[in-house]
Design a protein around this ligand. Structure first.
Ligand SMILES: [Cu+2]
Length: 123
């Protein structure tokens, strides 16, 4: 019981540190390690799929949205990679040029919910 309380507290501290930008993703609890397209990148065309790699295995994908500048969601489906539980595969639809925000919510293997966002732009 004491151990789970300590883990919960550690997760909250890490989440706060990530929110403040003071923790690197390498040390964050189930943080996002990399993505395709990369955060902040400009790509030649709207991608058929988006991949997010996390620092730890995930239990499940709660929600992923790929929002254009008007707030329209272009995510068609999101799931864990069956060959790599630290990776989330997102299928997208209705491609067009513009700026996008990818908002993700996942559940870590320890049961805690993690959420974040990154941006990219498609020409
Ligand atoms: Cu946790």
């Amino acid at each position: 019981m004491a151990r789970s309380a300590w883990i919960a507290r550690a997760c909250i501290v890490l989440a706060a540190a990530v929110a403040l930008g003071t923790a690197s993703t390498a040390t964050a609890h189930s943080g996002i390690a990399s993505s395709t397209p990369k955060a902040g990148s400009v790509v030649a065309a709207f991608p058929a799929g988006i991949t997010m790699s996390f620092t730890d295995r995930l239990r499940r994908v709660v929600d992923v949205q790929v929002l254009d500048a008007r707030g329209v969601d272009h995510a068609a489906a999101a799931r864990l990679d069956p060959r790599n539980a630290a990776r989330v595969l997102v299928r997208t639809r209705a491609p067009r040029a513009g700026s996008y925000r990818v908002r993700w919510t996942v559940q870590s293997e320890d049961g805690h919910t993690q959420a974040g966002m990154f941006r990219f732009r498609a020409r």
